[in-house]
Design a protein around this ligand. Structure first.
Ligand code: SF4
Ligand code: SF4
Length: 309
């Protein structure tokens, strides 16, 4: 049964981040159609869904508000609705209402001041995010920070930044390379002594500040144990069921077949079978696999998702 679903409500984005693995998708932007959302919710209601991430390869605040309302209406409040936003918006009633539907809201902030923020997000307005976090007053906010080989040093100061905004949860993601080695290889973090020291300093500062700060990921991740397509599903704006949040192979379409039919279909079966074979090339370039050894060295990491044990 599916326990976690990622519904891609939009692929529109108002940013251009250096580390964006999604440029091909967000360059042809689309919103999920309301009618099609109905199909998705009907299918997910037959499953044992505990958490829905309302996010895709795009910016949540740009999605039509009725999409978020309808997802919230379709599932009881105990189904955890999680949203991720780059915080590049002015607060309107629509934004306030949409964000309030979320049980948890992640703000993507990859720097603690204008200079460090622009290293990865050159088109973004750093000041706007802090202002929005404070003014929105959402009861359950985390700051999500991608760190690269060039920006790992920001970790301790990110703790101070979170503290200054009254945010008590901070997650660091090691940059994940979703495919294009030439373009993104330079951002991948390699292990070195200074990184280990910085991570440890970050932990000390977080402890002192009472901020719950972690480097996110599963240090024991193995592709053979991947839960996507078994307990987790990613549904694109076009209704395609794809292997996970990082891959766009079309394994079936929820607007043409039921979710059960897609998940028990030959394409999904073949994908899972190949992924489960250690000698197969399927998923051999998985960023979770690539980052696992470093996560182990860094210690004290936390799983991004409870299903990713
Ligand atoms: S905010 Fe997200 S989707 Fe938009 S450009 Fe940045 S990484 Fe890509
Ligand atoms: S790339 Fe990684 S996370 Fe995605 S389906 Fe393959 S093993 Fe799972």
């Amino acid at each position: 049964m599916i326990k976690f679903a990622n519904i891609e409500v939009t692929t529109h984005c108002n940013m251009s981040c250096n580390t964006c693995n999604r440029t091909e998708v967000i360059q042809k932007p689309k919103h999920l159609k309301l009618l099609n959302l109905g199909f998705i919710c009907n299918e997910l209601q037959k499953e044992d869904v505990k958490e829905i991430k309302v996010h895709g390869l795009g910016e949540l605040s740009l999605a039509p508000s009725e999409l978020v309302w309808n997802i919230r209406k379709a599932f009881p409040r105990r189904v955890n609705l999680v949203g991720i936003t780059n915080g590049q918006w002015g607060i309107t009633e629509r934004i306030r209402t949409n964000m309030a539907m979320m049980n948890h809201l992640y703000f993507s902030v990859d720097g603690y001041n204008r200079e460090t923020y622009r290293m990865n997000k050159p088109t973004g307005n750093f000041d706007l995010i802090g202002k929005n976090i404070v003014e929105l007053r959402h009861p359950n906010v985390s700051i999500n920070c991608v760190i690269t080989n060039d920006s790992y040093f920001i970790m301790p100061d990110m703790v101070k930044y979170a503290e200054s905004l009254g945010v008590k949860k901070l997650r660091f993601n090691l940059f994940q390379n979703w495919g294009d080695a030439d373009k993104y290889g330079k951002y991948e973090i390699v292990e070195h002594e200074e990184l280990i020291k910085v991570a440890s300093r970050m932990k000390d500062w977080a402890y002192g500040a009472g901020v719950d700060a972690d480097i996110i990921g599963n240090p024991d991740f193995k592709k053979q144990e991947c839960k996507w397509l078994k307990e987790m599903v990613y549904i694109t704006v076009d209704g395609d069921i794809v292997p996970c949040c990082m891959r766009r192979d079309k394994l079936g379409n929820i607007f043409h077949s039921s979710l059960k039919e897609v998940l028990s279909g030959s394409l999904v079966k073949k994908f899972i079978e190949e992924r489960g074979d250690v000698n197969s090339k399927q998923c051999s370039n998985c960023p979770y696999v690539a980052n696992a050894p470093l996560l182990k060295k860094l210690g004290n990491t936390k799983n991004d998702h409870s299903l990713h044990r």
